[in-house]
Design a protein around this ligand. Structure first.
Ligand code: C2O
Ligand code: CU
Length: 464
């Protein structure tokens, strides 16, 4: 029988697919760098104390910084060598939903011994981070996080670029080991799990030499479970350039203290004004005391003379949220916690009294509901503009983080604030945020005080 042209085409198509497939697979896998979550130990407490057992990416905390150019692709083969299932979330990256790393929502948790390939493009330049997103209260506290830095395609005029991840740990002062009870009811119902040991990049006396007159880019990331850092500068003068990765339209002069809530980032451009032989500092204020969060000994004169106010960083794509007049209005009431007024809320589909909720170690509700539900807080049409009022009817601050899309705060006079992914809401406050639901998928919206998220403050948005 003569082969018809059509049969031949079909056969050769099948042949070429078969011939190409292994090759293509190979080409794809070549880019994948392993990222292994594993147990390790490190000298966290001062010399003389035992090493602290941690969980870290590739055995270190923080994990090695991932640094890529804007628009590049990140490919990591996550390997779970932990005794517990895990996943990796790429905080602040406007990512494809399937790569967002939320165990139980966008993927199944990766079991011990299993792997998961993360493969995504980074649309936005700026300071981002990655961290575990399964049992986060425990896994982030144990050390599973690192910085993800996306560089602008034209390098800004700075002499140094430093990633400073601030965190605290709850250590046993005798053994220097992490307190392994991650479900303490008091932490959950109050301000969250706060540590007694504070450091930068895992180093409680973090220090790096600088030159007088140098312009430093400091990329601050708060990886703490619950602590709001109150920071200021000494011997450094400069500007905030970006919040949560997103460039500010105009640099904002740093004057006095500024807060950095869990999950938040700020990019600073600062000039070293301290004299040679002295030190400049990033200072944290805690209980009225000022302590060095990072020390910058000034060892020499820089080669540059003092520079002018920096130009704003180039904007990222899709930072405009357009007209709000026809926006969909949504409300999120946050209730519960100690000294709150929550009498009852829905847990697992049933109405429970606050007493019953406390017995279940659940304390916080969003719109009267505790924790994740099968139905989202809202189903949004792709491209829809949303105004979301977040009412904090609790006695504690909360750091509300939205996955997949950034938002802008809407002030009372209707002005739009900087674009962010994590909003610090203070007790009794009401804040309005606005965003365009331009990223399809299931996106988590939760408090980044991780004990709060684990005890109720978690919901999601569905963008179809
Ligand atoms: Cu930084 Cu839901 O996470
Ligand atoms: Cu909270």
């Amino acid at each position: 029988m003569k082969q018809t042209r059509r049969q031949f085409l079909r056969a050769s198509a099948a042949f070429s697919v078969a011939a190409i497939a292994p090759h293509r697979l190979f080409a794809q896998n070549v880019g994948f760098v392993p990222l292994t979550a594993q147990t390790a130990s490190m000298q966290l407490a001062p010399e003389g104390y035992a090493k602290t057992d941690i969980w870290g990416y590739d055995g270190v905390m923080p994990g090695a910084t991932i640094r890529v150019q804007q628009g590049a692709r990140v490919q990591r083969q996550f390997i779970n060598a932990l005794p517990q299932a895990s996943s990796v979330h790429w905080h602040g990256i406007r990512i494809a939903n399937a790569m967002d790393g939320v165990a139980g929502l966008t993927q199944a948790a990766v079991a011990p011994g299993e792997t998961f390939d993360y493969d995504f493009a980074v649309p936005d330049a700026g300071t981002y981070w990655f961290h575990a997103h399964n049992r986060s209260t425990e896994q982030v506290a144990r050390g599973l996080y690192g910085a993800l830095i996306v560089e602008e395609n034209a390098a800004p005029d700075v002499d140094r670029d430093e990633v400073l991840i601030v965190d605290d740990w709850l250590l046993n002062p005798e053994t220097a080991q992490l307190d392994a009870d991650f479900e303490v009811a008091h932490d959950r119902s109050h301000a969250g799990r706060n540590g007694n040991f504070i450091a930068t990049n895992g180093d409680f006396e973090f220090s790096t030499d600088v030159k007088k007159g140098d312009r430093l880019r400091l990329r601050l990331i708060n990886a703490a479970n619950a602590r709001i850092f109150v920071l200021s500068l000494v011997g450094l003068e400069g500007w905030a350039m970006a919040y949560d990765g997103m460039p500010l339209a105009q640099p904002v002069r740093i004057d006095g203290q500024f807060p950095l809530a869990p999950g938040q980032r700020v990019d600073l451009f600062v000039d070293v004004t301290a004299d040679i032989g002295e030190s400049a500092y990033l200072v944290r204020t805690l209980n009225g005391e000022n302590m060095a969060q990072a020390t910058f000994p000034v060892t020499a004169a820089g080669t540059r003379t003092t520079r002018a106010v920096p130009e704003a960083l180039p904007p990222n794509p899709n930072m405009d949220i357009g007209d709000l007049t026809n926006a969909r209005m949504l409300t999120l009431n946050m209730e519960g916690g100690a000294m709150g007024r929550l009498d009852a809320a829905i847990l697992d589909g049933e109405r429970r009294t606050f007493r019953q909720l406390a017995d279940a170690n659940q304390f916080w509700s969003f719109n009267g509901v505790i924790g994740m539900t099968d139905t989202p807080l809202a189903s949004l049409a792709r491209g829809e503009t949303v105004r979301l009022t977040i009412k904090n009817d609790t006695s504690f601050p909360h750091a509300m983080h939205m996955h997949g899309m950034h938002f802008r705060e809407v002030s009372e006079d209707g002005q739009l604030g900087p674009m962010r992914d994590t909003l610090l809401s203070f007790a009794g406050q009401s804040n309005e945020i606005a965003f365009v639901a331009d990223n399809p998928g299931k996106w988590l919206l939760h408090c980044h005080m991780l004990s709060h998220a684990a005890s109720g403050m978690m919901t999601w948005l569905d963008v179809a």
